[in-house]
Design a protein around this ligand. Structure first.
Ligand SMILES: Nc1ncnc2c1ncn2[C@@H]1O[C@H](COP(=O)(O)OP(=O)(O)OP(=O)(O)O)[C@@H](O)[C@H]1O
Ligand SMILES: [Mg+2]
Length: 274
């Protein structure tokens, strides 16, 4: 089981859209996916046609008053499950801050999921603000998947995220966190700007950037209001094809680690023997 935080402190870049539709595409390919809605806005929750109802979210589990397995709900798609969000989650920011180990509350909460390995991937749909909830997601995740909108300042946003990962490493909260991938979203083929931004981000971040680029699509913005992923709402359109292609790439990356272990990670004893 891999825990992937879908995160970018910038709002409206496609985090929730990517969590829902990449999750749906991976489930369509037979992978078992859990989406955790960690945003009190509850956009991922309503994207599945679910209401943000009290005592369904991760709020109580985060405070140690319930276990996560009681909060996992099926979606209409087989193999795709969700832990919904509700407004209580907004209050969790304050209450968690008062707790001991306040940065590792989510990591603790997710532990029961490791016991039976029910899921292949857990996606955490993060809120945009850099608060306690997002910090908890960074401390709990194996990797970040960062959607970036194809617009000016994309690189500046990414630089901030790289710094954030360094801070998480330095603080000791989570040494294994890495930038697993960057997804360029809302690509508009009619403008040169989109092309330029993608080229620039690729130049700096190389293979971390997914080859698949998500096009700007009205269908993608309509689908949530019908409680459907793009795979149900417009299954043959460009946006659905793009999320399927992203899912294939995601699986390829996770089947064979692209980067060999760095030299510094070689056990000291191996170095001695040579
Ligand atoms: N590729 C796309 N084409 C067109 N509209 C899109 C696309 N991706 C996302 N949107 C729309 O843009 C808006 C923001 O997307 P989304 O909610 O996924 O971003 P977010 O990063 O999760 O936002 P927040 O930071 O508020 O959580 C939504 O209305 C969504 O439907
Ligand atoms: Mg969102």
């Amino acid at each position: 089981m891999k825990i992937v935080a879908i995160a970018n402190q910038k709002g409206g870049v496609g985090k929730t859209t990517t969590a829902v539709n990449l999750g749906a595409a991976l489930a369509e390919f037979g992978h078992r996916i859990l989406i955790i809605d960690l945003d009190p806005q509850a956009n991922a929750t309503s994207s599945f046609g679910l209401q943000a109802v009290e005592q369904t979210s991760l709020y109580e589990p985060l405070l140690g008053d319930a276990i996560i397995t009681e909060r996992i709900f099926p979606t209409e798609r087989e193999a795709l499950f969700i832990v919904p969000a509700d407004l209580d989650l907004a209050g969790a920011e304050v209450e968690i801050a008062r707790m001991p180990n306040h940065l590792t509350r989510l990591a603790e909460t997710l532990k029961p999921l490791h016991v039976d390995e029910t899921f292949d991937f857990v996606f955490i749909d993060c809120p945009p603000s850099l608060g306690i909830l997002m910090s908890n997601a960074l401390a709990a995740a194996d990797e970040l998947l960062t959607p970036i909108q194809c617009e000016y300042f994309a690189l500046e946003g990414l630089v901030k995220i790289v710094r954030l990962i360094e801070q998480v490493h330095d603080s000791g909260a989570n040494k294994r966190l890495e930038l697993g991938g960057i997804v360029m979203t809302m690509f508009d083929g009619r403008t040169n700007l989109s092309e330029q931004v993608v080229a620039e981000v690729r130049q700096h971040f190389g293979e971390r950037v997914y080859q698949t680029v998500i096009p700007r699509s009205v269908r993608l913005s309509e689908a949530p209001s019908f409680g459907k992923s793009i795979l149900e709402y417009a299954p043959t359109g460009a946006a659905a094809q793009a999320y399927r292609a992203l899912a294939r790439e995601f699986i390829e990356r996770h089947a064979s680690p692209a980067t060999p272990p760095a030299l510094s990670q070689t056990p000291a004893s191996e170095n001695l023997e040579t």
